[in-house]
Ligand binder design. Sequence first.
Ligand SMILES: Cc1cc2nc3c(=O)[nH]c(=O)nc-3n(C[C@H](O)[C@H](O)[C@H](O)COP(=O)(O)OP(=O)(O)OC[C@H]3O[C@@H](n4cnc5c(N)ncnc54)[C@H](O)[C@@H]3O)c2cc1C
Length: 232
Amino acid sequence: MTDVLVIGAGPAGVFAAHRAADLGARTTLVTREQFGGMAANDGPVPVRTLAHAARLMREARQLGRYGITTGDFRLDYPRLLDRVREVVHDIGTHAALRARVDGMGVARRRLTEGKARRDHDVVVATVPLDAAARPVIDGRTVGFCKLVVDRISHRILGCHVVGERAVEITQVAAVAMTAQLRVQDLARIHSPFPRTPPSWAGPPTSPPAAWAWARTRTDLGTSRPAEAVRSR
Ligand SMILES: Cc1cc2nc3c(=O)[nH]c(=O)nc-3n(C[C@H](O)[C@H](O)[C@H](O)COP(=O)(O)OP(=O)(O)OC[C@H]3O[C@@H](n4cnc5c(N)ncnc54)[C@H](O)[C@@H]3O)c2cc1C
């Protein structure tokens, strides 16, 4: 039996379904075509991928000013369109974390998971960077973001990132911790698409903050997952 039926799995529909399920409604999400709607398939993701290619071209032209010599480069447009399709596919499927760790940044704010466990009852949400749109579009998907949260107070105790832009990502969590935001407050901050961790607010991305929040609630038995079905 269903309390809430949501039609259309674009950002609005997925968000509505998550919210209804969070509030305890038996929720069914029905969509045609791909999950993610226009945002993931036809709109910002392809556009931002093309924009990223333009940014790379612009930056490549500056290499000589920094003493970096390369051969000629040129735009292979069919290859770029292949890349757009790859990104759309990867964002659609939330590809699994790959194991390579070379060349990545590491950043940590506040308590490690081990230290937090000494004094707190904690929940931990670890999400691969390639579950968010921005790292996939930028082609910098290797790594993860981990949030450590107090199960009772829902305060964020620590944030740890391995990957590109690790310092910037943890800075968001640092602001949230200083402001004593609860993890659900962080999860609700609606960042512009395409999103980066740690809030990644709004489905269809998989925000560590939302995961951590859901876990505190699920462990208490207060939330039911949304069912997702596709229609033709
Ligand atoms: C080129 C471009 C660039 C953009 N850039 C940005 C950006 O940078 N940042 C940003 O925030 N927004 C951007 N947008 C806008 C963003 O894509 C939309 O605002 C967003 O996708 C709207 O979400 P939605 O869930 O309302 O609808 P949609 O994304 O359109 O999703 C609706 C879903 O419902 C399904 N559906 C419809 N009717 C039915 C039915 N009868 N039965 C079953 N399923 C159905 C559709 O197949 C679709 O999957 C951009 C849009 C475009 C076109």
